[in-house]
Ligand binder design. Structure first.
Ligand code: TEU
Ligand code: CA
Length: 555
């Protein structure tokens, strides 16, 4: 297996709006991040992925960009950004920027030109179509954020496509001029010293020509016509050839709906496309047929089946990204662990999984503290456009039971990940001296960075140890993964092997003790315990305590 920095690295995602406010306006900013670089260095992460910091009217918190060449006013200036980059580089860390080029903001100059007339030179930077004769939208595709994916625009009496909010019009990648504009913009940031890109919904940029739909009455899922679309690999290769190949960069493409087969195409070593993708299959294990808001219980066998499929599917070619939460997902410890009586144990167990599967781990801010989901009492306290659009559609217009929908929001809503980072026990968790843009989780008095850093047994220090172990043990990065005890209902167990080194990982995914019966040929006797989330005394070789995790180096 070819060695590479990006395989050995650990990435830490910052959602700037919620990380640290430096000037008391209640919104996290670049100087705030700068003030916490030593904290990140202590944790030991190699790369920071910054969610978007470009100019934006913030309909979707920066995922709606109105100027790709400048910084959002609330976050600071280009100068602040340069200083942040220097601060990272001085500490030996790298910076990955978010690249949001499936769509822009409707307040981007390109779109304002585009909508102004049918013969404007920028018209074809976006996807315009006339309605049907009866005035209805060009096709029946739904937006990810409720309702139709089409918005009618009076000025030219046509519709434009928006897979996300109507303030996020989709860019037209069929237009070579648009593609060139994107490549120029990427080059601008790379020349400034950026070390990589996380590419937002990059596998949605190529739409099937003619924009067909499934012919059903009413709105319907259009994803078969734009997920991993017909020209996607061609576009990525062009981007690679014209931009990425000229720099030392780290790349990860967000790819909802990507299968293992597709992922090999995106990340295969001779494909010259991307290094990694974020796949979503393990994020769907608790969703029913109606999608993410349709809550169903997840099970270990289901979660393991998905992770195992990706581990083995990309074993020979391609490379996995590993994540258990991000700014779009509920908190990992609330979802896959137990955020009450076993918060510490289960957060550490999940951390062990994240760092010992094969792939590059991505940590989301606050995960290293075991931050939990939040429960807001009223819909007004939520800020996310996805939540509000869905609530309007289902409750206000659809008459659904508000209690049921609030429960879905508490369980799956994106704002779970977006409450302010909990720094200390001061007002607003030390995030801001003003009024935070979204309320802090009241549990900050107990769960906060200051307490975690001071406690050698904290989740924070467990992450720090795992990250340090990765630097000393190539088996964690390059070792082959092999599943054992494949049908166990409570335990996820596997080995990692590199040359003479064989590691055994055993993880109890439940709040109950469970017998550990290792298969023949695997013995922990004489092996070395590398890390565990429980004190070593009281350890019983034949039994795992609730959420116990152990990593052994075997003889
Ligand atoms: O997310 C795209 C995406 O497919 C999802 O994670 C989505 O937010 C979720 O499934 C909705 O249920 C990316 C960004 O990560 C997200 O924050 C943006 O809102 C979205 O693209 C649009 O840019
Ligand atoms: Ca601020």
């Amino acid at each position: 297996m070819e060695q590479a920095f990006w395989k050995e690295a650990v990435v830490y995602q910052i959602y700037p709006r919620s990380f640290k406010d430096s000037n008391g306006d209640g919104i996290g900013d670049l100087q705030g991040i700068h003030s916490k670089l030593d904290y990140l260095k202590e944790l030991g992460v190699d790369v920071i992925w910054l969610s978007p910091v470009y100019k934006s009217p913030n309909d979707d918190n920066g995922y709606d960009i109105s100027d790709y060449y400048d910084i959002m006013d609330e976050f600071g200036t280009l100068q602040d950004w340069e200083e942040l980059l220097a601060g990272l580089h001085n500490r030996g860390m790298k910076l990955m920027m978010d690249l949001v080029v499936n769509h822009s903001s409707d307040e981007h100059a390109w779109f304002m030109e585009s909508r102004s007339s049918k013969d404007n030179p920028y018209r074809d930077y976006y996807i315009w179509r006339p309605g049907h004769e009866d005035g209805t939208a060009p096709n029946n595709w739904t937006s990810f954020f409720s309702g139709s994916a089409w918005q009618y625009d009076d000025t030219t009496a046509e519709y434009y496509l928006h897979l996300f909010t109507k303030k996020q019009p989709d860019l037209n990648w069929e237009n070579p001029k648009l593609r060139q504009s994107i490549y120029d913009m990427m080059t601008f940031w790379l020349d400034k010293g950026v070390d990589g890109f996380r590419m937002d919904v990059i596998n949605l940029i190529s739409k099937v020509p003619g924009l067909p739909d499934d012919g059903k009455e009413g709105l319907s899922d259009g994803s078969p016509y734009y997920m991993n679309g017909p020209r996607i690999h061609e576009f990525l290769r062009e981007m690679n050839e014209q931009v990425l190949s000229k720099y030392e960069v780290m790349t990860v493409g967000e790819a909802p709906g990507a299968t293992v087969e597709e992922a090999i195409k995106y990340t295969g070593k001779d494909r010259h496309e991307l290094q990694m993708v974020f796949q979503f299959e393990h994020m769907d294990v608790d969703s029913g047929a109606e999608g993410k808001w349709d809550l169903v219980p997840w099970t270990l066998p289901k979660l393991r089946e998905v992770l195992h499929k990706w581990q083995t599917g990309l074993a020979e070619d391609g490379w996995n990204s590993l994540y258990l939460n991000n700014h779009d997902q509920p908190r990992m410890v609330s979802r896959f662990g137990n955020d009450k009586e076993y918060r510490g144990e289960s957060a550490k167990m999940l951390a062990t999984l994240l760092h010992t599967l094969k792939g590059t781990p991505y940590i989301f801010q606050g995960e290293e503290l075991g931050m939990t989901n939040v429960k807001f009492i009223s819909i007004e306290e939520y800020r996310d456009v996805e939540i509000h659009n869905m609530y309007n559609e289902k409750v206000v217009q659809g008459g659904a039971d508000p209690g049921t929908i609030m429960q879905a929001i508490e369980t799956k809503g994106r704002d779970n990940a977006r409450t302010p980072m909990q720094w200390n026990t001061e007002a607003n968790a030390g995030f801001t001296t003003g009024t935070p843009w979204i309320s802090v989780n009241p549990n900050y008095t107990e769960i906060n960075a200051e307490a975690a850093v001071a406690d050698p047994e904290s989740i924070f220090h467990y992450y720090r140890k795992l990250i340090a172990l990765r630097k000393q043990n190539p088996v964690m990065v390059y070792g082959d993964y092999e599943l054992i005890m494949q049908d166990h209902e409570q335990i996820y167990a596997y080995t990692r092997t590199l040359n003479q080194e064989k590691w055994l990982i055993v993880l109890n995914f439940t709040g109950e003790p469970v017998m550990l019966d290792l298969p023949d040929g695997l013995r922990t006797e004489g092996g070395r315990l590398i890390i565990t989330n429980y004190p070593e005394d009281g350890m019983n070789a034949g039994e795992l305590r609730p959420y116990e995790a152990r990593v052994y180096s075997l003889k």
